[in-house]
Unconditional design. Sequence first.
Length: 203
Amino acid sequence: MLARRGSPYRKALDAANIQPVENVITLAGLDGLLLPGGSDIGPALYGAPRHPETGEPDHNRDSLETVLFREALERDLPVLAICRGLQLLNAALGGTLLQHIEGHRYPNQQEVHRITITSGSRLKSILEVDEYGVNSRHHQCVDRVANGLVVVARAPDGVVEAMEMPGKRFVLAVQWHPEDRTGGSDSKLFEAFRDAMELSNER
């Protein structure tokens, strides 16, 4: 699995008894894929010109993570995608992004707004609530949802906060940063990811 961006992810994975393998170029021999937060997705990935507010793209990272995500889908490996990871999933599958929005970038707050979770979704089964308070550190979000993905949570202003891929063993993407709030209910996301990898390993 991929865990590029440092200690919050490592701590969250360690708390869930998941051993990270970093800087991979293939998923051979691995049990799942974590796509973490980070830089803006390059708009070329979804066929758009660059907005003035869009950060400098990391094309190599976009390309590598797209390849790894597609490999995970082909092998039906569990995927947990966080913030940028959610946006990458959508772009990689043919969706688009809004390159700049206001009201969702509050890096120092542990809870910024509530989300409404869809009944019957995997996310609902993990968190066991209809509404949930999340942090928020992004300025881009999903615009057109890619085929194959289902929106399972939204912010009060309609911004997509979580997506899933029905028919796959475990593909869950969230727009907030659960790695920064482990020890509470957000830990359940990493535990569910672990459980899915263990089941995958038993096949």
